[in-house]
Design a protein around this ligand. Structure first.
Ligand SMILES: [Zn+2]
Ligand SMILES: [Zn+2]
Length: 410
């Protein structure tokens, strides 16, 4: 069908604004706005076909004159983002069902091949107007904030995207979980047992790092994404564990990370210590979490009955480079699938005695259960140190001393 024929048919539905008329052919004639395209089409029709020309002044049957209100929408957006720091933004729109139905009917009736949807024009036109008013830039891929317009109610909703930073943490105190645990008795509601805090443990690594961060960023929450986790009773020392902290709904975002590091370390009072390396992003969280890092541990081992250091060291060495078959340990069996894993002891060394216990340093393949490597877990882990020594042995204390980072040198 000729384009003039299509224009005539569209105008026959009812009065249609230049924006909506132009948008039905929105992917043609690059460089024109829909407004210009629509006006040109009605003028062309008047000249070529001698069709009576009437300038659009009424109410558009497609959009109900939404585009006349673009300046007001831009003002609403500017008011809604008051007090929020951002440098890039994106406008979104909840398209009223009636508008979507109107335009989809025309697309299908006339088999239009190159229309642009209402939503795209709204997002672009309001975006341009907001950029002019604020001097901020539209970013389609990774904006600091997204403002959703709801033409049906005339309201706007601001979504503040998280900021992320990458670092390493050390944990010097045993008994601190990595993330917040709800009280087992009340499940977080607050009861006598937890002193009405709702927490099983008052502090977690996540909270010790997160509290000063939430306050500095004027944020809603802070979520710790760790490269694996250590047991609650294990310390994390040495070079520390890589983590990314996600700062949720921050009203400020351009902070000095060195200052932030100082503030976290001051308030954590030596229980936890961070070294912040750089800014990060959501994509890196996935990389970090799927990172199968080798880990190095320093443990104290207790063995029943007398045993010389030489005998102990000799037994240890037989585990060097050996593939260990580990059935899911009893202590985690309630939350992990029961299966047998094969993990390699990459390096194991005797490192002296301390308080009558043997010090051992182990570099294990990601996922190797260390406590069971020593105790044998009632025969579920084989071989084990206990099995080799033919007597019971167990880990008295465990420290993680090294976890590889997300990137080389992190
Ligand atoms: Zn319209
Ligand atoms: Zn409780």
């Amino acid at each position: 069908m000729e384009i003039n024929e299509q224009v005539k048919l569209i105008l026959a539905y009812g009065e249609c604004c230049d924006h909506c008329l132009g948008r039905f052919f929105g992917k043609r004639s690059h460089g024109l706005s829909n407004d210009e395209r629509g006006r040109s089409l009605t003028i062309a029709l008047a000249i070529v076909e001698n069709h009576p020309y009437t300038k659009f002044t009424g109410t558009c049957w497609v959009c109900g004159n939404f585009f006349k209100a673009v300046p007001e929408w831009a003002d609403r957006v500017v008011a809604a983002v008051q007090g929020i720091e951002f440098s890039t933004f994106l406008i979104g729109c909840r398209v009223p069902p009636l508008i979507a139905e109107n335009e989809e009917m025309v697309w299908s009736d006339l088999s239009l091949a190159e229309p642009e949807p209402f939503k795209s024009e709204v997002n672009r036109e309001v975006g341009k107007a907001v950029a002019l008013r604020t001097g901020k830039m539209v970013d389609f891929k990774r904006s600091d904030i997204v403002v959703i317009l709801d033409p049906s109610s005339g309201s706007t909703e601001v979504q503040i995207n998280s900021v992320f930073f990458y670092g390493r943490y050390q944990k010097f105190e045993r008994g601190i979980p990595q993330t917040h645990w709800d009280c087992r008795t009340c499940k977080g509601a607050g009861c006598e047992k937890c002193n009405f805090t709702g927490a099983q443990y008052l502090d977690s690594v996540e909270e010790l790092i997160g509290r000063p961060v939430i306050s500095a960023f004027d944020a809603q929450n802070a979520v710790l994404h760790g490269a694996g986790r250590e047991d609650i009773d294990a310390r994390m020392i040495g070079t520390g564990r890589p983590f990314i902290l996600e700062v949720v709904e921050p009203r400020k975002r351009s902070l000095d990370l060195a200052e932030l590091e100082k503030e976290i370390n001051r308030t954590a009072e030596g229980r936890v210590c961070v070294s912040i390396k750089r800014w990060s992003d959501r994509a890196e969280v996935e990389t970090l979490k799927s990172n199968k890092a080798h880990k190095k541990y320093r443990i104290l081992v207790e063995v029943d009955g007398g045993l010389s250091a030489d005998e102990f060291a000799k037994a240890l060495k037989t585990l060097q480079g050996v593939t260990i078959h580990q059935r899911t340990p009893k202590r985690v069996a309630h939350r992990r699938a029961d299966k047998i894993r094969e993990r390699i002891v990459l390096n194991i060394e005797y490192a002296g005695e301390e308080d009558g216990k043997f010090v051992v340093e182990i570099l294990g393949e990601a996922g190797l259960y260390i406590k069971e490597l020593i105790s044998g877990d009632g025969g579920r882990t084989r071989p084990s140190l206990a099995e080799i020594l033919n007597r019971s042995a167990h880990v008295f204390s465990l420290d993680v001393v090294q976890v590889d980072g997300a990137k080389e040198g992190d």
